[in-house]
Design a protein around this ligand. Structure first.
Ligand code: NAD
Ligand code: DAU
Length: 341
């Protein structure tokens, strides 16, 4: 790809992917197209701002006319779509923007790929589309049983990608990744929320019994997998991207506290998330067949992540002290505390 449009490139995974592409491909130009919602943050890209191969366009993926203008102006030949509303708790409060961006916005990008004959689109999806998996692991052909407005919107986008491939031959590849963690993750998601709360000796609000299970994938390993899909994925195919590192939220929280030398008394059990999926688990045999494996050991990557948030207060303090605080209170202020300090 020579001119890559990275939608949602100012968010967590997208900005890590921008760094990855610019580091690895000296001849690739990157156009970040991002609406800059509360989750989009140009601080994530400040170190590449002067790179002549990088440009930034503020725009909404739901704006078809503008997407088409940008594709033509920058001679875009490939798209990687990270743009989405991504936080499950927010989708429970306000589902509309999820349906709009995650489903309709993906459709707009697929239209652009079709209209201008782009070489490839990689659509970034999630393990959440399979729903809660109590036993075993999901394979790509499993039924989709999403339980939250977020995961239902993501599932809708996946189905739209599939339909565009089958109906129009659009060259789209779907990745379904597990829970990511690493630098630049907005501190509403559990790992950065808990690290930054612990740094300030604030309680860590653990939902329900704390025994829900997530599979933790370091963001740079996910970026490697997306890169592989961009270059070697097969059109119309879906690839699970999991790390096989499943932990209960309680185990995860205790590990974070231990790494930070903070007491377990910071754990505060609070009322559960409605419709809270018990477990996600991916069978990633298919992408392993193309040679991808996670390269980062979980403990080292988590330690590095704790260090990053410890050393980069400038990045997250302004987020937590701004509009986010109001949101946090709206969301958790009414959540009943069950036990803990
Ligand atoms: P994020 O919330 O950090 O970033 C989302 C980005 O999309 C932000 O920069 C935001 O400004 C932008 N955006 C939102 N609506 C937009 C719109 N209408 N037009 C243009 N830009 C818009 O998200 P993330 O955690 O980096 O996730 C990126 C993608 O990966 C999402 O599609 C998500 O569903 C998927 N995913 C995330 C994880 C995870 O654990 N974080 C795991 C698997 C898949
Ligand atoms: O699985 C991939 C998905 O991971 C992505 O598709 C989503 O975009 C991303 O937000 C993430 O969804 P989760 O709901 O799994 O992530 P979150 O960080 O919100 O929560 C992780 C687990 O921690 C979940 O079981 C809920 C729990 N949790 C979360 C928060 C924010 C708590 O116990 N307390 C909290 O305060």
């Amino acid at each position: 790809m020579e001119n890559l449009l990275i939608t949602g490139g100012a968010g967590f995974i997208g900005s890590n992917f921008v760094h990855h592409i610019l580091d690895k491909y000296p001849d690739c130009k990157v156009i970040v197209y991002d609406k800059l919602t509360y989750a989009g943050n140009l601080d994530n890209l400040q170190d590449v701002a002067d790179d002549p191969r990088y440009s930034f366009v503020r725009g909404d993926i739901c704006d078809m006319e503008f997407v088409e203008d940008v594709v033509q102006e920058h001679k875009v030949d490939g798209i990687v779509n990270f743009a989405a509303e991504t936080h499950v708790d927010r989708s429970i409060l306000e589902p509309g923007s999820f349906i709009q961006t995650d489903v309709y916005g993906t459709h707009v990008l697929l239209e652009a790929v079709r209209k201008f004959g782009l070489r490839r689109m990689v659509h970034i999806s999630t393990d959440e589309v399979y729903g809660s998996v109590v036993e075993g692991s999901s394979v790509e052909t499993d039924n989709l049983l999403p339980n939250s407005p977020y995961s239902a919107s993501k599932a809708g986008a996946d189905l739209m990608c599939r339909a565009y491939h089958v109906t129009y031959g659009v060259p789209v590849v779907i990745t379904r990744g597990s829970n990511n963690f690493g630098p630049y993750q907005y501190p509403e998601k559990v790992i950065p929320l808990f690290i930054t709360n612990a740094l300030d000796d604030k309680p860590l609000p653990l939902y329900g019994d704390g025994l829900n299970v997530r599979d933790w994938l370091y963001v740079l390993d996910h970026c490697d997998a997306i890169d592989l899909m961009l270059h070697e994925g097969r059109d119309g195919e879906i690839y699970n991207v999991g790390s096989n590192h499943e932990l209960t939220n309680l185990e995860l929280t205790e590990t974070i506290l231990e790494l930070m030398g903070k007491p377990k008394s910071l754990i505060q059990f609070v009322e559960d998330r409605p419709g809270h999926d018990r477990r996600y688990s991916l069978d990633s045999t298919k992408i392993h067949g193309l040679g991808w494996r996670p390269n980062h050991a979980f403990e080292n990557a988590l330690e590095g992540t704790v260090r990053w948030y410890t050393e980069n207060r400038w990045w997250w303090e302004k987020i937590k002290s701004g509009a986010y605080d109001n949101y946090y209170e709206r969301q958790y202020g009414t959540r009943r505390v069950l036990t803990g300090s």
